[in-house]
Design a protein around this ligand. Structure first.
Ligand code: LLP
Length: 437
């Protein structure tokens, strides 16, 4: 898919660049992003809204993969940016991303993070809880302009996905209860605060969701409340943000809808309700992460040791693992992979791909059909673009990989590989070992 193909040498090529050459030039593990595919995904979201004649903002949920170059690409495509921490906000500002299109999220934003957002004049703050409302009430006193705010609600929708990544149900650490009176309390309070402009409502029901029913139900529940808010507070949201969570295909087992179909279904449902209520159509915002970058990312590894457990299993080890992709260990996530240097060769018996971390759970793929493998073969694991690099870590003091963008036959290093020196840069020796002059 995307710009991936098999070239004349039988190598995996992405964005017109031979991945085997990339592995030898930059080393492995290596993250590769198909930039054309990211652009295509971004444009199709925007076009879906345009076709339906709805004012919208598509914000990239940057937790999926953030870096200076990534943010610049998102800016080029005219999307907005959802950040959830001081670190993501700092990176966005450093990349030159216009603050007016940055939305700040988080269930425990610190005073410092909120100050940073106010100083930078971010486009909106998605307020999560009562503590945050009071922090903002205090902090905004120093500013002459009002900060635009969305209030996040938990609509009581259980999306069918992995438990860990379901966030819209009532018993959740995120947001104000939509159905238990909390949101009305929050609206009432916020409307009395001088420094806040209550722009609208936000909800996000979960991640890697395959059907539209959950989104539609959440939207219906939010809009069903608007009548009440209108009469009680004269508040009609100018913006309703319905979050992200559109599923993608990691393996053949996954059957996602085209991302734009989710948008169409959501907007149809909203339009219907709005016309029944006779109110002005609010702006619809969404914040996809995975569906913008997930299948645009591929990780290259070099194969090393192998172990046969007679009559049971063939283990093939790679030079990375849960340090660069924790998803299999954390969520039992499944991936597909090929030998990038011999894509056409026919499959022999299945092998299981082991990471190099000291942990039995560090298995990247179980029972993967591959041709007979040799040391130094290059394994390409697909669909690693979301929550791969962004959740990478230094477990076992393994340096984080490099990241390369490819497009139109050209490659560009966008994140350097960490060095051993980088790993000890914040370490300090024992006082007794420091030689005093
Ligand atoms: N908006 C909010 C408020 C979110 O919490 C999230 C994801 C998104 C948008 C983007 O969701 P997406 O379109 O990427 O599904 N680490 C997990 C996923 C955690 C998602 C957290 N929130 C994984 O690797 O699957």
């Amino acid at each position: 898919h995307g710009t991936s193909r098999i070239n004349e040498n039988g190598h995996l090529e992405i964005g017109g660049v031979d991945t085997v050459n990339l592995a030898s030039k930059y080393g492995t593990p290596l993250y590769i992003y198909d930039v054309a595919l990211i652009r295509e995904r971004a444009r199709s979201f925007k076009e879906a809204f345009e076709k339906m004649n709805v004012r919208a903002q598509v914000a990239y949920a940057s937790k999926a993969f953030s870096s200076i170059a990534m943010f610049q690409l998102i800016d080029e495509e005219g999307l907005s940016l959802d950040v959830v921490s001081g670190g993501e906000l700092y990176t966005a500002i450093a990349s030159g991303f216009p603050a007016s299109r940055i939305h700040l999220h988080g269930n425990n934003k610190s005073r410092a993070e909120l100050k940073m957002a106010l100083e930078q004049k971010v486009g909106c703050i998605v307020v999560d809880n009562f503590y945050e409302i009071e922090l903002l009430a205090e902090l905004t006193k120093e500013y002459s302009t009002k900060v635009p705010v969305l209030l996040r609600v938990t609509p009581g929708v259980e999306a069918h996905t992995h438990d860990y990544i379901t966030t819209g149900q009532e018993d959740s650490k995120f947001g104000f209860g939509l159905l238990n009176g909390q949101i009305e309390q929050a609206i009432d309070r916020v409307l009395k605060i001088e420094g806040i402009h209550l722009l609208g409502i936000h909800c996000h029901i979960g991640s890697q969701i395959f059907d539209t029913a959950g989104f539609v139900l959440a939207a219906e529940r939010v809009f069903a409340k608007i009548e009440e808010w209108k009469s009680e507070f004269s508040f009609i949201p100018e913006v309703v943000n319905l979050g992200g969570g559109f599923g993608i295909r990691y393996t053949e087992e996954d059957e996602p809808l085209p991302a734009t179909y989710y948008v169409e279904q959501i907007v149809e449902a909203v339009k219907k309700q709005v016309s029944e209520m006779g109110i002005k159509m609010p702006e619809i915002w969404i914040e996809p992460g995975r569906s913008l970058v997930g299948d645009a990312g591929t990780t290259l590894y070099t194969i090393g040791s192998q172990k046969t457990v007679p009559n049971i299993r063939e283990y093939v080890a790679i030079d990375g693992g849960m340090s660069d992709n924790i998803r299999p260990a954390l969520y039992q996530a499944k991936y597909e992979a090929v030998l990038a240097n011999r894509v056409n060769e026919k499959h022999e018996q299945p092998v299981s791909i082991a990471g190099k971390c000291c942990e039995s759970g560090d298995m990247l793929i179980w029972d993967l059909p591959l041709p007979e493998v040799n040391p130094n073969d290059i394994l390409a694991v697909f669909c690693t673009g979301a929550y791969g690099y962004s959740m990478a870590n230094n477990y076992n003091r393994i340096p984080r990989p490099a990241v390369v963008f490819v497009e139109n036959g050209e490659e560009q290093l966008v994140i350097k590989r960490e060095s051993f020196e980088d790993l000890i840069v914040n370490d300090l020796p024992l006082k007794s070992k420091v030689i005093q002059n």
